[in-house]
Ligand binder design. Structure first.
Ligand SMILES: O[C@H]1[C@H](O)[C@@H](O)[C@H](O)[C@@H](O)[C@H]1O
Length: 584
């Protein structure tokens, strides 16, 4: 693999980043050093990058706080190629993303081909809604608890638990002859989806080297959108097959079985082992992840993770959970992380993407395309392709930048759709679309094109970035923090799915799209003021940024600096020397 991770050691302070923001234009690293053989030192306001005595640690750079009381964060990353072990862990964890996409994707075609297979009658519209929403409801319920479970039982065991849910859910559905068995099956599948949607990105972000953490986490989103695409593809293929929907559901057992089997042979994350005090296993996993790195450095990394792992006080689990919840809300950096994490997840759902995916079939039919499955494939294919674009840009261009390209793009596309709907004169009678104007379908084509444009901007930014949520929270509140954010996602998905048709009827499609455009616009403002650039920063470093504000400018400066440091280390064949430190 051609990706190399430079080895840097750093210490950061949680103090005074806000000062740095106050006059952020002047945020820069200044270099000073005693003598080439002794120490190099670079300062970002309150931060100092210090070089340890050359004799014992020639290739080490430290970012040290001015105020030692604030010495809360210590970081080591490694200088080596991305190891096959990390790649394997990422791909195995990402199967959860595939299950998320597949299970939320297959239902629309399954509902078409189900016919009278349940209770010997055609499902009513309300029953169809329940079967569809059951998975989101299950995911919402379980995501409230999954973060805590991940801290108690481990990330890996939770993923394996989700596999069990997928199996039970799929068996109930495949064998269903009544509506209620199907609905319960979907609910249990939702438990699996909810656990996977939270734990997989958490797992990946905890094992990922910082400079490509964004990318590795996007692999999960790629599998997710790929899963939706495969579900639509299989759905279209099995549409006219007798009991094809049972095959469609049954197919989901394959990835689940693969993930469960692989997880039997793979470990949990080093950060989880440190939380449990199992330093031997943490060391072992780090050694397997960073094969080119010396034992001494691995030991130091473990020591550092231990330093950072200040556990939450409490005599028993409920007390600890309660204290964690308190800490999440009362520590300002945690609260900011929560606002950003839940805010982005809410934006992802409330800007209407999922309802649009559902609705696109009807739109395309109104302009003459009869095969709505094919249409869904085009829209979800665009979602997949632009998630791939996000994969290449998220660490290089940065999360904030792609969000701030994506959201205005979505706003523009939604405004155009709203105008086009106004002129197309489409109305809704129940779930059935009625085109008022006849014959002329140019506005319909405009709608199709801009729905695809919307999908592209969505996938590039807000479809992908919120799942980076784990990086916002420090270790001790990460489980619960990501639970809140994930629950916000599923709550949003549930609300939108159950109100979309009512909105179309009551405020017209033009009004609905204008409403989503308004929300996209407001979301752009939210991200502009509240979402700092986190690419290239250590998980622990993010707290420094959020300590006394959203610190957008300081975050951009720090992210840029991290990239420059790594680039310099690359140039000099991964050997950070005195010149680099003087240069930075
Ligand atoms: O990130 C994903 C992705 O964008 C999917 O296409 C969407 O259906 C999900 O709701 C979302 O969480």
């Amino acid at each position: 693999m051609g990706i190399h991770i430079p080895y840097l050691t750093s210490k950061t302070s949680q103090s005074n980043v806000g000062d740095a923001v106050g006059n952020a234009d002047s945020v820069e690293f200044n270099s000073e050093h005693d003598s080439p053989s002794k120490r190099g030192k670079i300062t970002l306001e309150s931060h100092e990058i210090q070089r340890a005595p050359a004799s014992d640690d020639e290739d080490r750079i430290q970012i040290k706080p001015v105020n030692d009381e604030d010495d809360t964060s210590v970081m080591i990353t490694f200088n080596q190629s991305l190891s096959p072990f990390i790649i394997t862990l990422t791909f195995v964890a990402s199967i959860s993303g595939f299950m998320f996409g597949y299970d939320t994707g297959y239902i629309s075609s399954a509902l078409i081909s189900i016919g009278t297979d349940l209770d010997h009658k055609v499902l009513t519209y309300g029953e169809k809604e329940i079967v569809t929403a059951a998975t989101s409801l299950g995911a919402l319920i379980i995501s409230i608890f999954a973060g805590t479970a991940a801290d108690i039982f481990g990330r890996k065991r939770c993923l394996m638990g989700s596999n069990l849910m997928f199996v039970i859910g799929a068996i109930l559905q495949v064998s269903a002859h009544t509506f209620w068995q199907m609905a319960v099956g979907r609910l249990i599948t939702g438990f699996g989806v909810g656990i996977g949607s939270l734990i997989a990105p958490l797992f990946i972000s905890e094992i990922a080297p910082k400079m490509i953490r964004g990318r590795l986490t996007v692999i999960n989103s790629l599998w997710l959108t790929g899963g939706q695409l495969v579900a639509y593809g299989c759905g279209a293929g099995l549409n006219h097959v007798n009991n094809g929907w049972r095959i469609l559901v049954g197919l989901s057992l394959i990835p689940t079985a693969v993930q469960f089997t692989c997880l039997c042979f793979l470990p949990d994350t080093p950060r989880y082992y440190v939380m449990k005090g199992d330093l031997a296993r943490a060391t072992e996993v780090l050694k397997r992840s960073y094969t080119d790195t010396s034992e001494e450095i691995i030991e130091r990394k473990v020591e550092e993770l231990v330093t950072l792992n200040q556990s939450i006080p409490g005599k028993n689990v409920p007390e600890k959970v309660w204290n964690t919840i308190k800490e999440l809300h009362t520590v300002p950096s945690n609260l900011r992380a929560l606002i950003i994490g839940s805010g982005l997840q809410a934006i992802q759902q409330f800007t209407g993407w999922n309802s649009l995916m559902y609705f696109s079939g009807t739109i395309f039919e109104t302009v003459g395309f009869k095969n709505s499955s094919a249409v869904s494939i085009i829209v979800s294919g665009t979602n997949f392709i632009f998630t791939l674009v996000a994969f290449f840009s998220i660490d290089k261009i940065g999360r904030r930048t792609i969000l701030l390209i994506g959201l205005p793009g979505m706003t523009m596309a939604l405004v155009v759709c709203s105008i086009a709907f106004h002129f197309l004169g489409i109305k809704f009678d129940g779930a059935v679309a009625v085109v008022v104007s006849s014959g002329f379908s140019s506005w319909g084509i405009v709608i199709i094109v801009f729905i695809i444009v919307f999908a592209a901007f969505y996938a590039l930014g807000i479809g992908t970035v919120p799942w980076q949520q784990s990086e916002l929270f420090p270790q001790k509140v990460r489980g619960i923090g990501t639970s809140y954010a994930t629950a916000t996602n599923w709550a949003g998905s549930l609300v939108i799915a159950s109100t979309f048709l009512t909105m179309l009827q009551n405020i017209t499609p033009a009004g609905t799209f204008a409403f989503f455009a308004g929300l996209s616009f407001l979301s752009t403002i939210f991200c502009y003021f509240c979402y700092p650039e986190l690419s290239g920063l250590e998980l622990e470093e993010v707290q420094t940024i959020l300590k006394d504000g959203f610190n957008i400018k300081a975050s951009k400066a720090l992210a840029k600096k991290r990239k420059q440091q790594v680039a310099r280390v690359h140039e000099l064949k991964y050997e950070p020397t005195q010149e680099i430190i003087e240069d930075i």
